[in-house]
Every structure is written in structure tokens, then in C-alpha cells.
Design a protein around this ligand. Structure first.
Ligand code: VGL
Ligand code: ZN
Length: 227
């Protein structure tokens, strides 16, 4: 099979970056030049995802009485199946539709991006993975997402992830990618192209979970689009 690499840039938005982002990830802006360089390489398909929340989104601490961003958790139920519930970390308001914080960072070489995909649009559920179709996250249920279909349509063989945050949306997107059925995709995370909310233990846990799922963590020095 011919090698057809895709680049997926996860949530490279103002709210995840210093100096003004409401959920700024330390060093978040430092990935921009790395990612702009990657955009110059011969990927067959380049996608950017956006966290795209309504103001009443369930992941905002401000929408839960007495809860604090970063330290509080809330139980979220799958509206399709109320038996399924999960504990989810709560955040400051971020990436609200129509705000500056929602915008892809202004330095991103957007002209080289083929497709922008929005996620997290349903106020009732958290949506870390770019592969989860609306209303079924989590747990993963059968059904293809917009990203999965788009990658299949382009005949992609290898998917490289970068963006923010490494221990949240990059992690869950890469894991879903590696686990996508009948695709044969090789899945990579490029380490210089990510920064984490919790760079110590958070990244270690994320890395271990990704390795377990078959995701390879690589370096830009590994000549990523050659094989
Ligand atoms: C993210 C926290 C909340 C991410 C999104 O893009 O990693 N993290 N929403
Ligand atoms: Zn979010």
C-alpha cells in the first residue's frame, strides 16, 4: 500500500494558549512554529479540529453550583443511555462559539489546512476525542465520525497528531484513531507538537495509555513523513 500520511492538528485555539487563553496550556504557543513546519511537508490531508462549545456546556465549572475549574469533577450521563455515566474534570469556560478564545491561533498557516472540524458542540456531553460522533461520547459506540470518514475517503494510511492538549484531546483522539476498526491506520503523536495541561504525571499517564492502544509517540527528528 502506498504511504499516505495525514496530519491532524488538535484544538490549536487561542483559549488553550498563553498569554490570554482561559485554559492556557503552558508553552502552548511554542508548538505553532513546529506545526507550521509540518504543514510544509507532503501530507496528503491536513485537518484542524476545534473545541466548539456553547456557553451552557457541561464541562464548564461555571455551569455547576459550587464547583471549581481544574479541581472539581462532575458526573456526566450519556443522554442516549442514562445508565452510562462517567466522572469528568471541570474547566474554566473555554472555546465558546463566537469568542476570540474559540479561534484557531492567528499564527497558524491556515491556508495549508484542508479541513476544519468542530467538536464538543453538544452541551450535554464532554467530547475530548475528535472521532466521537455527537451524543455517543463516551463510551465509544459503533458509528463513524466525520473525521473517520474524511480520512478513509482520502485513502490515508498513517495519521500524525499534534496540538493541545496532549493529555486530553490529543490523547483521546489518537487512541480512537488507533482503535478504529478495519482501517489499518498507523497512529502517531509527534512529541514536539504537543503541550499538556499536566505535563508531568498527566503526560506519563497519557503516553502509557496511548502506547497500550498502539499509538507511537515520535519526534520530528524521526523524519515523520518518510517511511
Ligand atoms: C481540551 C480540556 C477541555 C483539549 C478540551 O482540547 O485538550 N481540554 N476541553
Ligand atoms: Zn473543551
Amino acid at each position: 500500500m502506498t504511504f499516505k500520511p495525514a496530519l491532524v492538528i488538535v484544538d490549536l485555539q487561542e483559549d488553550f494558549c498563553p498569554p490570554n487563553g482561559s485554559l492556557a496550556v503552558r508553552g502552548g504557543r511554542e508548538v505553532i512554529p513546529v506545526i507550521n513546519n509540518l504543514l510544509g511537508l507532503p501530507f496528503v490531508f491536513k485537518v484542524a479540529t476545534k473545541d466548539h462549545h456553547p456557553p451552557n456546556h457541561i464541562s464548564f465549572a461555571s455551569n455547576h453550583e459550587g464547583k471549581q475549574p481544574f479541581t472539581s469533577f462532575a458526573t456526566i450521563r450519556n443522554p442516549c443511555n442514562p445508565e452510562e455515566a462517567y466522572e469528568s474534570r471541570l474547566w474554566p469556560d473555554h472555546c465558546i462559539v463566537g469568542t476570540t478564545g474559540n479561534k484557531l491561533v492567528k499564527e497558524l498557516d491556515i491556508g495549508k489546512v484542508d479541513l476544519v472540524l468542530e467538536k464538543g458542540t453538544d452541551p450535554r456531553v464532554e467530547m475530548y476525542s475528535a472521532f466521537r460522533p455527537p451524543l455517543v461520547n463516551p463510551p465509544l459506540v459503533e458509528g463513524e465520525s466525520g473525521l473517520e470518514n474524511a480520512l478513509k475517503e482520502k485513502g490515508v494510511t498513517d495519521v500524525y497528531f499534534v496540538g493541545l492538549a496532549g493529555d486530553y484531546c490529543v490523547r483521546f483522539s489518537a487512541i480512537d484513531c488507533a482503535k478504529a476498526k478495519d482501517t489499518g491506520w498507523n497512529t502517531y503523536v509527534i512529541e514536539e507538537g504537543i503541550r499538556c495541561v499536566d505535563p508531568g504525571a498527566g503526560w506519563e499517564e497519557a503516553r502509557a495509555e496511548m502506547l497500550d492502544a498502539g499509538v507511537k509517540v515520535v519526534s520530528v527528528k524521526d523524519n515523520v513523513v518518510q517511511r
